[in-house]
Design a binder for this molecule. Sequence first.
Ligand SMILES: NC(=O)c1ccc[n+]([C@@H]2O[C@H](COP(=O)([O-])OP(=O)(O)OC[C@H]3O[C@@H](n4cnc5c(N)ncnc54)[C@H](O)[C@@H]3O)[C@@H](O)[C@H]2O)c1
Ligand SMILES: [Fe+2]
Length: 391
Amino acid sequence: MANVFLIPQYIVYGENALKASMDEIRSYGKKAMIVTDKNMVDLGYIKKLCAELDGIGVSYFIYPDINSEPNHTMVDRGVELYKNENCDFLISLGGGSPIDTMKAIAAVHSNGGSICDYIGKVLDKDLPPLVAIPTTAGTGSEATKNSIIANANTNVKMLIANPKLIVDCAVLDPEFSLTQPQLVTAATGIDALTHALEAYTSVKANVMSELYAVSAIKRIFANLEEAFNNGANKAARWEMLLAAFEAGISFGNASVTIVHGMSRPIGALFHVPHGISNAMLLKVNLNYLKSGALDRLCELSKAIGVYREGMTVEEGSEAFVAATNALISAMKIPSPIDFGIKKEDFFKYIPKMSEDAMNSGSPQNTRRKPTKEILMELYTQFWNENENNEQ
Ligand SMILES: NC(=O)c1ccc[n+]([C@@H]2O[C@H](COP(=O)([O-])OP(=O)(O)OC[C@H]3O[C@@H](n4cnc5c(N)ncnc54)[C@H](O)[C@@H]3O)[C@@H](O)[C@H]2O)c1
Ligand SMILES: [Fe+2]
């Protein structure tokens, strides 16, 4: 079977990447729309970006109103501002939320209509040039053809995937990732791990996606705990930024599976940050998918160095699962109950969450194929395990 493998065309990475990207950015037009959030302004990061743009004579309009739950109204407003301000291209600086919103604004600006109707839509018209400067090490949006935007009316997180949503230029500059708070480091780091792990065990995995997935997983096991415990460690932050990018390439070309499928409805309904809901679900989901992916999980145990001579495939895969659970424990991920989710609300929504998860198409990529009924069981098991741990 033939595979298609897509990555951003222009990747600038390493120390001083922002400055080094200006030669390319200069060719994108005279005025940029900068899509970002308030924290990036307060941290002085937008000022740094603007100083570089001033240096190459590119003017800009700053749209700083994106929060951690980007929805279609932020996209609509962005499209209006982009047009009114006569911008030529877009730059996003921030975590996955501003990057995803930038992509959605560009898509709607060029192709019209509402982002709420973009699932599966063919995008006839090319988008303006897109630049992504990630400040978290997680979503991999700077590498993928995806944008996740919530429909604020239906509370569904829409996964919009289209090759035209791959940015033209990804700028990986460690300078911007040092200030992530611990919870953001944990959430986004586990998000990246989940991307690579799901890509590696996806039925759509291919030779190229596997290379990036394994490399990302090795980097994450070697560096996430250090980045979490010592956020100022630039080397660990850099490794995580690279890992998140590699993980993005892997799942952008092999898809995610059951964890993301089940995680998005929890995020949309209970406002749990994306990486946290992934981390919460990983244990139950790994346990479920394990028997469909024993060989692959065993290979991963070798890659991260927890495989011991003479282990069977089952023991090897179990060693990887145990190492993953230990890493999640070290990240001190809050439980759904800590998040203030009420048991009766959670159970009320289990049918809707299971249905939304199946509709996203992601669970079907799992090597052990689930049904809606199985997802309902897994949501129940997930809640019960967390409740028992609290007691
Ligand atoms: N497009 C994709 O392929 C893809 C993949 C996974 C997730 N997502 C989406 O991405 C979004 C989540 O993105 P995210 O996890 O990167 O978080 P985010 O962009 O929502 O940011 C989380 C918080 O961290 C802060 N922050 C970010 N970088 C910081 C830094 N360097 N220093 C201090 N504070 C910082 C932000 O201001 C914000 O308050 C969700 O909407 C999720 O659904 C997209
Ligand atoms: Fe994710």
